[in-house]
Every structure is written in C-alpha cells, then in structure tokens.
Write a protein that binds this ligand. Structure first.
Ligand SMILES: [Zn+2]
Length: 403
C-alpha cells in the first residue's frame, strides 16, 4: 500500500515484518479506510532501525530478516501521554477517600506532596518516577511528558527536572504549580523567583514551560509572566486552565500560541473559538474528573467547534493517580461523549499534536516504531472492556519492551 525507500543508515539494520494483524490503526488518514484512524484490516508492517518503513495488506508485505505473527490481534500506535506529574514522593489516598465521602477538590492539597517531595532523596524521586514510567509502558504508553511542580524551590525544581530528563525528552517546568506555603503571604515574590533564578536553573532540563492558571493557584497576569519568561528562555508554552471553573486561562494560552491547554472542563463559546483559531490542542484529563468526582467536559462540543482534542492521564498523587491511558480512553468514551475511535485518536495522534511531535502517535512510514498489540480483535475493546489488561505486547523504537 505504501512504502519508503530504506534510508542509507538503515541499510544494515535488520528488518522485522509484523504479520497477522487483524486490525491495524495507523492514525494516518492517508492509509487504509482513509478515516482519521487510517484503519487497515489484515495488515502487516515492517520495522527497521527505530522506524516503521512499510505498512499495508499482509499479502503485499515485502520480505524481511525476521517475522513476528501477532495472531489476528489489533495493533495501535503507542499511547502518547502528554500530561503527567511523575516526580514526587508521598501518597494522598486519604484525600481521595475524603472526596469520595463528599469533600470537594481544591488546589491546596498540592502542598502536601511538595512537603514529601522536598524531604525525599534524589534516588527516591528517580526510583518512583521510573517505576511509574514502567507501569505506563506496560499499559502501552510509549511517549510521556513529565512535569516538575512539587519542588517549588530553585534546587527542588531543578532536581525534579533532572530526574524527568533521564526518562523523557518531553520535560516541562511547572514551578508555577502553586505558591508554596512558606511564600503564601507574598505570591508576587514567588512569581519573581519562578521567572528568575528558578527558570534559569530549570530551563536547561526542560522543553516546555507551564503554569496552573486557576483560582487558588495563579491568576492570568501571573501565568502570563511565567509563560513569557519561559518563552524568552527558549521554552515552549502550555497551560493548566479552566479545571475548577471558568477563567481566563484558555484565552491566555491561545494568545501566547501554546501547544496545548489542559483540563478545559469549563469553556465558554469564546474559549472554543479561540482554541480552534489558534490551533491550540485541548487536552482532556478524564482521570481527574473521575478521581475528584467533578463534572465531565463535553468532548462533543469541542469537536463540533473544530478544536483538536488530546486525552492524557494527568498522573499525579492528588487529583488523578492513574497511569492508565486505556482507562482514560474508556472514561472519555463513557463520560465525555467520544466514540472509541475519537478517544483512541486523541490518546495517540492528539497527544502527539499536544507535544508538537509528528514522529509518534501514528504508525506509518517514517514514524517511530512504537506500537501496542492488543489482546483484542479491534481497538473498540479498549473502551468496551474497561479495566481489563488488554496490552499483549509493546514495541518502543522497534524494540520489544514487554511480552
Ligand atoms: Zn496536571
């Protein structure tokens, strides 16, 4: 169906043909059924080096050095989790329990994790983060964004990002997560710290700059100061906003050309127009609404307005302690009004757009060979069989990492 001449540096890399793919989701709209998911039935794909080099019907597959038969299972792109907070210590199960008993979620609980994170050693932080990354990989996530935001001192934010950098290239400086307790009386001074010495120490380890623009965290002027300082230091902007109520965050993110604005639970019609016009991705985080028992955002309203939607976990110990993209896909379908196909697209290609990546989130020639074999005949089972470990095998950069 489609191929790509092997590039010279791949000439000696062994090629592996994956056959017996009952249903292949390429997330390339030029392939297969030409839908956004680009579904090919009875497919094969060829991996070489770290890339996909050929995709098409199994009967037309070229010869390769090795073959793997996946026995009629569905294959989907590795999930792209574009929003996760994995560098932290401690546990807040008691808060979850209290919320389920009726208490409302507020942003201040973050300070408890900050206290535990500051008290942890570098080794403890690195071990916890690596263990969560392993947990994600086993559930099919092959690209992960990791934020700082539980250190909130120059040294603790910098070491959080140094840990994150060992696990992913998609690292985000989130010094503006919440004003730490010791500076609660002087938020302006804290914003100056974030925009000055903290940014200077963190920028070498980060690709992105982020802020939590919400009542109880940072207002629009403070978030603007942080994002523009980050951009001046060479970082690209993204934003947490409109989670707990309507607010100015979406407009700010769109005005600054942010790649994504995350949460988007409360949106005005003007917010939808701004997102569509700016091409800023709205990242929905269904684990948060689940874990905080909050109202669900309406994905149908976003797609009707022409907004690109991503789905991510927001994995963190306070408001969403799940590492499971399959769970988030199921919740997005059941509670946010997405079809299974839309939710899978948002969890792969949508996540890639939220990270401004075109080499992940799809399985077509030239993409990284990050793929998930499901113990299922179709991707619909991701939502149809919630909570079931359907990941049979994962390849990352053409290397089998599980199974
Ligand atoms: Zn978050």
């Amino acid at each position: 169906m489609t191929g790509m001449p092997p590039s010279p540096h791949l000439a000696h890399a062994p090629a592996v043909v994956v056959t017996g793919i009952g249903q292949l989701v390429t997330a390339d709209p030029l392939l297969g059924d030409l839908s956004p998911l680009g579904v090919v039935t009875g497919a094969a794909l060829v991996l070489q080096g770290e890339q996909v080099v050929w995709v098409g019907p199994a009967a037309a597959a070229p010869a390769a050095d090795a073959a793997v038969d996946v026995g009629g299972r569905a294959v989907v792109p590795g999930f792209v989790d574009s929003h996760a907070h994995l560098v932290f210590a401690g546990d807040r199960a008691d808060e979850f329990e209290a919320r389920m008993a009726g208490r409302r979620y507020a942003a201040g609980g973050i300070r408890r994790t900050v206290e535990a994170t500051r008290a942890a050693t570098d080794e403890q932080l690195a071990a916890r983060a690596a263990s969560l990354v392993g947990e994600m990989l086993r559930q099919g996530t092959t690209t992960i964004e990791i934020k700082s935001g539980y250190g909130l001192t120059v040294a603790d934010e910098a070491r959080s990002l140094a840990v994150a950098r060992t696990l992913t290239t998609e690292t985000t400086f989130l010094g503006a997560h919440v004003v730490p307790a010791e500076m609660a009386d002087d938020p302006a001074e804290y914003v100056r710290l974030v925009c000055g010495p903290m940014l200077e120490a963190c920028a070498p380890h980060a690709r992105w700059v982020d802020a939590f623009c919400e009542r109880g965290a940072f207002d629009a002027d403070q978030a603007r100061a942080v994002l523009t300082a980050g951009m001046a230091a060479g970082l690209q902007p993204r934003l947490h906003a409109n989670q707990l109520g309507p607010g100015p965050g979406v407009q700010l993110a769109c005005e600054l050309g942010a790649a994504a604005v995350d949460h988007c639970t409360y949106l005005s019609d003007a917010d939808l127009d701004a997102l569509a016009a700016a091409g800023t991705v709205a990242t929905l985080l269904p684990g948060v609404e689940f874990s905080t028992r909050s109202p669900w955002p309406d994905a149908r309203r976003l797609s009707a307005a022409g907004v690109t939607v991503a789905v991510a976990t927001d994995c963190n110990p306070g408001s969403s302690y799940t590492s499971s993209m399959p769970l988030c896909v199921a919740l997005a379908v059941r509670e946010m009004g997405m079809t299974a196909g839309e939710a899978l697209w948002s969890a792969t290609a949508g996540g890639a757009r939220a990270l401004r990546r075109d080499d992940v989130g799809r399985l077509s020639p030239g993409a990284r060979a990050d793929l998930v074999v499901l113990d299922a005949p179709t991707y619909v089972h991701l939502a149809y069989r919630p909570g079931v470990p359907l990941v049979h095998r994962v390849w990352q950069g053409a290397r089998p990492v599980t199974g």
